[in-house]
Design a protein around this ligand. Structure first.
Ligand code: COA
Length: 457
C-alpha cells in the first residue's frame, strides 16, 4: 500500500509530571515485553483542513492524557539479569502523520489484517537500545477516501490489555472534551514491584506456565518449527455458531458448570488445531490462557490499576483426548487451568520469578531473531480473550470507528478472540498458524460446528 510519511513529532505531557525511576512488577517484565499493535479506522470528511484539525486534536489531547498516564511518556531501562525498570522522564511518545493514496475499499470489505497493516502501524526497531524506544507510537494515516486510520503500538512491559484500553478510551474522552473517567492507579508495589523475594522457591506453587512447553513427538527441540512460515487470518463466528459451540460444550457431561463463550470457542480452536496439525494421539499439547488477576486478588487490585496484572495459565492434554472426546473435555481442561489462578497462585508466581537469577528466558524479546526464548507454536497455542475489553466505540470526536482490530501478529499458534463489530453476539478469531495448517484448520473450525450440532439432535 502506498503510504507517505509526512511528519513525525514527539508528544510530551503538557504539564510537569512526576519524574523518577519505578520498579516494574514481575508480570510487567515477563512474557510479552515488546509492543502490541492495534488499529482503528474512521470515516471522516476529506477536506485537508479537517485532516489538520484531526491531527491537532489527537496531538493536543495526547499531551493532556499523558499527564495522568505519565509512565507511558517514559522509557525502559535494563537493570540487571534481564530485569527492566521504568524511567518516568517525560521523554514523550511518537506521533507520525502519514498519507495514503489508497481508499478503505482497497483493504477489502472486512478490513482483514494483512501485511498492508505494517504501513499503518509504526514498527519498533528492537535492535536499538531499549532506553531509546518510545513506549507508545502512533500513526495517523489520511486516506484518499476521506477516512483515517490510527495505528497504535504500546509497550507490553508497561501496560496489559485492560490498561491499554483504559489509556485509549481516556485519550478519546479528552479529545471529545470530556473529563477523565477513571484515574489510573500507578503504585505497582501492590504487586510487590521491586521487592526482594520473600518466599523461597521451594515453597512456590508448581507453576507449569514457566516450564518449557511440550515438543512435537520425536523432536528434541523446536528449532525447525520456529522457522516455518506463518499466516494470519480473521475468522468470523456468527452468534448462532457461538451459541451452538456453547451448547455443545455443555452437552457432553464434562464438568457441572456452564462453560463460557471463551471456554467453548478456545476448546474448539484447540481441537481444530490438533486436527490441522495432524498430531498423533499421544502428542502432548498445551493451550495458554491469559487471565486478568485484578478481580482474583484478595483484596482485588485498586480500580484503574495501571500496568500488567495479567498472567498466563496453561491447560494441558493429549491431542488424542481432545479430538476423540466431546468438546466439553477440552473446555474442562481450560476451566481447570483458569480456576488455578487464585490470589495465592498469583503471589507464588511472582515469588517464583523473583527467585530466578535471570528473567531473559521468560521474555518474548529474547526470542526475536533467536532460537531461544519462549515459543508457543506447534504443538501448542495460546488463545487471548479481548471479549470483555472495552475496545470498541472509541470516539475521538468524529464518531466511532468503522473497524478496530489487532495489528499483525506473526507467531505460530497465537490467537485472539474479539467481539464481532456488529455488537450482536458474533465473535472474531484472529489466528496465526503455519501456512500448511491454515486451510485444514479453517475446514475443521467451520465444519465441526455443524457436526456438533447434528450430534445433539
Ligand atoms: N463485561 C461483559 N461480560 C463479562 C464481563 C464484562 N466486563 N466479565 C465477564 N463477563 C461475562 C463473560 O463474557 C462470560 O459470559 P459469556 O459466556 O456469555 O461470554 C462470563 O461473564 C464469564 O466470564 P469470565 O469469568 O471472565 O470467564 P471467561 O471464561 O469468559 O474468560 C478469562 C476467562 C480467563 C479469559 C477471563 O476471565 C479473563 O481474565 N479475561 C481477561 C483477558 C485479558 O486481560 N486480555 C488481555 C490480555 S493482554
Amino acid at each position: 500500500m502506498p503510504v507517505t510519511l509526512k511528519a513525525c513529532y514527539t508528544v510530551k505531557p503538557i504539564e510537569t509530571t512526576w519524574c523518577g525511576r519505578v520498579s516494574l512488577s514481575e508480570w510487567d517484565q515477563t512474557g510479552n515485553v515488546t509492543h502490541v499493535p492495534i488499529i482503528y479506522f474512521y470515516r471522516t470528511p476529506s477536506q485537508e483542513s479537517n485532516n489538520n484539525s484531526i491531527a491537532s486534536t489527537l496531538k493536543d489531547s495526547l499531551s493532556r492524557v499523558l499527564v495522568p498516564f505519565y509512565p507511558l511518556a517514559g522509557r525502559l531501562h535494563w537493570i540487571n539479569n534481564g530485569r527492566l525498570e521504568l524511567d518516568c522522564n517525560a521523554m514523550g511518545v511518537q506521533f507520525i502523520e502519514a498519507e495514503s493514496s489508497s481508499s478503505f475499499e482497497d483493504l477489502g470489505d472486512d478490513f482483514s489484517p494483512s501485511s498492508e497493516y505494517n504501513y499503518l502501524v509504526p514498527t519498533v526497531d528492537y535492535t536499538l537500545p531499549i532506553h531509546g524506544l518510545p513506549l507508545v507510537l502512533i500513526q495517523l494515516t489520511n486516506f484518499k477516501c476521506g477516512g483515517v486510520s490510527i495505528g497504535i503500538t504500546l509497550s507490553h512491559a508497561v501496560v496489559d490489555g485492560p490498561s491499554a484500553s483504559h489509556f485509549i478510551s481516556e485519550w478519546a474522552r479528552l479529545a471529545r472534551g470530556e473529563p477523565l473517567q477513571t484515574v489510573p492507579f500507578h503504585d505497582r508495589k501492590v504487586l510487590h514491584a521491586g521487592d526482594p523475594p520473600s518466599v523461597p522457591l521451594a515453597r512456590c506453587h508448581s507453576h507449569t506456565e514457566f516450564d518449557e512447553p511440550p515438543l512435537l513427538l520425536g523432536k528434541t527441540d523446536n528449532t525447525e518449527e520456529r522457522k516455518k512460515k506463518t499466516a494470519m487470518v480473521i475468522l468470523k463466528l456468527s452468534k448462532t455458531q457461538v451459541e451452538t459451540l456453547k451448547k455443545t460444550a455443555n452437552y457432553g457431561g464434562y464438568g457441572n458448570d456452564s462453560y463460557s463463550r471463551y471456554e467453548a470457542i478456545a476448546g474448539h480452536i484447540w481441537r481444530s488445531a490438533c486436527k490441522a496439525r495432524g498430531h498423533k494421539e499421544d502428542q502432548p499439547t498445551t493451550l495458554t490462557v491469559i487471565v486478568d488477576s485484578r478481580s482474583r486478588m484478595e483484596p482485588p487490585l485498586p480500580k484503574g490499576y495501571f500496568g500488567n496484572a495479567t498472567l498466563d495459565t496453561v491447560a494441558t492434554s493429549l491431542a488424542g483426548d481432545l479430538v476423540s472426546k466431546p468438546l466439553g473435555y477440552a473446555c474442562s481442561r481450560i476451566r481447570e487451568a483458569i480456576e488455578r489462578v487464585t490470589d495465592e497462585y498469583v503471589r507464588t508466581g511472582i515469588e517464583f520469578l523473583k527467585n530466578q537469577e535471570d528473567l531473559s528466558r521468560f521474555q518474548d524479546l529474547y526470542a526475536i531473531g533467536s532460537e531461544k526464548g519462549p515459543f508457543y507454536g506447534n504443538p501448542n497455542l495460546g488463545v487471548v480473550s479481548w471479549l470483555t475489553l472495552p475496545i470498541y466505540g472509541v470516539d475521538f470526536g468524529w464518531g466511532k470507528e468503522v473497524y478496530m482490530g489487532p495489528g499483525t501478529h506473526d507467531f505460530d499458534g497465537d490467537s485472539l478472540l474479539l467481539p464481532g463489530p456488529d455488537g450482536e453476539g458474533s465473535v472474531l478469531l484472529a489466528l496465526c498458524l503455519q501456512v500448511p495448517h491454515m486451510d485444514t484448520f479453517k475446514k475443521h473450525f467451520y465444519q465441526d460446528i455443524n457436526v456438533s450440532e447434528s450430534c445433539q439432535d
